[in-house]
Design a protein around this ligand. Structure first.
Ligand code: VGL
Ligand code: ZN
Length: 203
């Protein structure tokens, strides 16, 4: 991966208690392991003058995204609850972009999709990047097979040079192998895979 610089942004996806804490309602196996890796990466990015931005799944109490309302998922990341908070150990050094606040499926940090009508609507993320002259994004966080994948695919289609940090993401893996398949799909879409911790090279 090329070094961080002023035209690069680090996007930290959904490192929230419900995904990252073992007590969370949609806890991702070993999700908490990404936190120290991401914190180091946030430090490297900031020192190089890169913008760092965070996404936050931000659901109302009822949304067709939840199984109890006809969707797929256990209740998670409900606005103003512990589960929706970014993990307390995450180094926060930039703005937060919320998605799903009006009941949409917000897998991608860039777009929200009405789960009934299917219409998509942009979040403010692309604007935040464009107004800073960003041409390249590095994506990490949770979960590989849903929000990381959707965010990185949207970034690539929007024309950003896109890298995913393969050791700073973890998958839900509803079906075994979903996370690995997501990384393959990303590669096929032109997204670069890189590693935050290079074997034997301290950062
Ligand atoms: C996510 C499932 C449901 C994610 C969000 O952040 O990857 N996954 N909502
Ligand atoms: Zn969600």
């Amino acid at each position: 991966m090329k070094p961080y610089d002023g035209r690069t942004a680090l996007i930290v996806v959904d490192v929230q208690n419900d995904f990252a804490d073992p007590k969370g309602s949609l806890a991702v196996t070993t999700g908490d392991e990404v936190i120290p890796v991401i914190n180091k990466e946030v430090g490297r990015a900031r020192r190089a003058g890169s913008f760092v931005v965070y996404t936050q799944d931000w659901h109302p109490e009822h949304t067709p995204h939840f199984a109890r309302d006809g969707g797929q998922w256990p209740v998670h990341c409900v606005q103003q609850t512990w589960g929706a908070e970014l993990h307390s150990l995450l180094s926060l050094q930039g703005p937060i972009v919320r998605k799903g606040a009006n009941g949409e499926d917000g897998y991608s940090g860039f777009t929200m999709r009405d789960p009934i009508g299917g219409a998509t609507e942009p979040t403010e993320l692309a604007g935040l990047l464009q107004e800073r002259g960003i041409g390249r994004v590095v994506v990490c966080g949770l979960a590989t097979d849903y929000c990381v994948k959707a965010t990185a695919l949207d970034a690539a289609s929007l024309g950003f040079e896109t890298t995913v940090l393969a050791d700073a993401v973890r998958a839900v893996d509803l079906r075994p192998g979903d996370g690995d398949r997501a990384l393959q799909d990303l590669t096929a879409a032109g997204v670069e895979l890189a590693w935050a911790v290079e074997a034997g090279v301290p950062k």
